[in-house]
Design a protein. Structure first.
Length: 236
């Protein structure tokens, strides 16, 4: 005689934590099957609720994707801030911020691609996502600003410098977190070595650009010398 083992009842999620559970389940599916394998129905099934229940939290799949991406940005900020300390030099803080960004991308490739990819067509519709993304950018911006200040170049700081640093950092992150495609294989260089080279490139490039900007500003501010009057024929 066989005895059946009763399955544990699925936990019931009320409206107060269904949203968080849907995000958790959505992230699990995203990591396993990618964005195309994630639907409201599949996340609801994993959460143990009816397929119509999430409609009170998310109007559509894109709404769930935006919430997942926003959580990703918050985690990206949190993991980098946790590594910072007041004893660090500004250069060390900037390196730590860049390092944490690249590591996060490699560790969570599907989530990272969602955060920056085209799956969420109109990010302006989701204030939570915009706020979380801006917080991540401001963390880098503050690190670059402090780095300029530490090198007595605070007046040369501007947002274009931050964008240049982000472009290099993000490029490496996308390169090593994406699956290799096309005829060009991934270079046989360890991620740590590649990362270190790019970071040194950023540090050197930022200072070079700032010094060039300072020199140009000094040149513009210098009083111009009066032009010599041309000599007339009578003077020759």
């Amino acid at each position: 005689m066989t005895t059946s083992t009763a399955r544990p009842a699925r936990q019931s999620y009320h409206h107060g934590n269904l949203r968080e559970e849907m995000i958790r389940c959505g992230r699990e599916i995203l990591a396993d099957k990618g964005v195309h394998g994630l639907t409201l129905r599949s996340a609801a099934k994993l959460a143990g609720v009816s397929h119509g229940a999430p409609r009170n939290q998310f109007a559509d799949k894109e709404g769930l994707l935006a919430a997942i991406a926003a959580e990703g940005f918050r985690e990206l900020v949190a993991v980098r801030r946790a590594r910072l300390s007041s004893e660090m030099t500004a250069e060390a803080r900037l390196l730590t911020v860049m390092d944490g960004y690249i590591e996060f991308a490699v560790r969570h490739p599907a989530l990272f691609y969602l955060m920056f990819g085209p799956q969420i067509e109109d990010k302006e519709r989701y204030p939570e996502l915009l706020e979380a993304g801006n917080a991540s950018y401001q963390l880098l911006s503050g690190a670059v600003r402090d780095y300029f200040g530490e090198n007595h170049l605070a007046e040369q700081f501007d947002d274009m410098m931050v964008r240049c640093a982000w472009s290099a950092m993000h490029g490496v992150s996308m390169f090593f977190s994406a699956k290799p495609t096309g005829p060009s294989p991934r270079p046989k260089v360890a991620l740590a070595q590649w990362r270190q080279s790019v970071q040194q490139f950023v540090l050197t490039g930022l200072l070079a650009a700032a010094k060039q900007k300072a020199a140009a500003a000094a040149s513009d501010a210098a009083p111009s010398k009066p032009r010599a009057r041309p000599r007339s024929a009578a003077q020759t």
